[in-house]
Ligand binder design. Sequence first.
Ligand code: UD1
Ligand code: UDP
Length: 378
Amino acid sequence: MSRVPIVGVVGARPNFMKMAPVARLLRRHPGFRFHLVHTGQHYAAMSDPFFRELALPDPEYHLGAGSGDAAEQIARIMTRLVPVLRKLRPRLVLVAGDVNSTLAAALTAHKMGLPVGHIEAGLRSFDDSMPEEVNRRLTDAVSDYCFTPSADADRNLRREGVPPERIVRVGNLMIDTLRRFRKKAAGSNILKTLGLRDRSYALVTLHRPSNVDSEEKLSDLVAVLRKLSGRLSVVFPIHPRTWKSGLRIGLWSRKDRVGHGSSAPRSRNGLVLTEPLGYFDFLKLQSRARVVLTDSGGVQEETTVLGVPCLTLRENTERPVTITHGTNRLAGTDPGRILDHVERILAGDVPPRRTPPLWDGRSAERLIRVLERKYLRR
Ligand code: UD1
Ligand code: UDP
């Protein structure tokens, strides 16, 4: 019997961690033929290291879509994906998360009459000003399989009228990757490189447009981080969107950032600024931090499993289990409130940790079993 062709589409940093465990199992499965497509939404430091570290196969097709206006970016991905899907004629197109590449690929496949499987379906922030929220809802609407990470996601989908047979709770694929590589990441020398001691620093990431695109908001948040640096070291691997925004408004200059391979930590008013880091270095930094401050989705989940206190610098989260089960707290973006939250953590008021159900490192296995039942049953 010939192998069943399945295409996985990735494009932006958080996609890689979610697709890697599925790619690994599908590639060695005798019943499936897996093809990886990269849209090119992220590139260089936001893409290349993850292929090496997570042992993702080189993409068979790279669409080179790059950055730019969202509508144009989505349109470019769609147009360039059509001939690829026409050629490969997959029986399923897998997409992950909530980035523009996710929506573009799901919509293209759906319009071509190809079934779509959405990894990390059902998450909702109920905040339509977030570009990701629209991507999530539209992707789920055209997905034949909504692979969800948690019970709240199932409920969201049911409330929107998604038929129950399309909803399959498999758990958290990003956590499969964390569990697989945690030991390897422990070998990273990043603390030494940056001159940090265990639990002596705060780790920060920021890239949501609502936090970093406005001069006032980003300046306020960086001022909070500078205040915080009077209490403990603050390490800030800067997302390119945030870097460009801060350069534009003079919050930092090009010489303020530690580059790859550089051993001399540089600090700007107490902040250690670095380029976006590879997965192992970043995971090591997360696991040894005293507190993590972030607006990332994935980082809320990873800190939950690592048991490290996380303050989410947003007013809402599409990942409520990280609060009900994990170590996450919604700190918002008001400077005084953020600093109060940090003080509480430094005083030992740390949320207890319970790992959410099915965040056990076996989500990809469950997903593959669904595909076996659907495609390989004789
Ligand atoms: C995207 C996702 C966001 C996700 C984030 C993960 C959407 C709508 N947003 O946001 O959900 O949390 O990725 O990191 O899909 N740039 C570079 N190098 C790169 C990529 C981007 O310099 O490799 C710069 C470009 O100036 C670009 C800007 O960053 O215009 C924003 O990139 P884009 O992919 O549009 O959105 P992100 O902010 O990265
Ligand atoms: N991450 C990384 N290097 C960094 C910052 C983040 O490897 O410098 C990883 C992080 O561990 C997680 C993923 O990137 O696995 C989260 O992606 P991001 O925050 O870009 O997107 P989001 O989750 O908000 O969509």
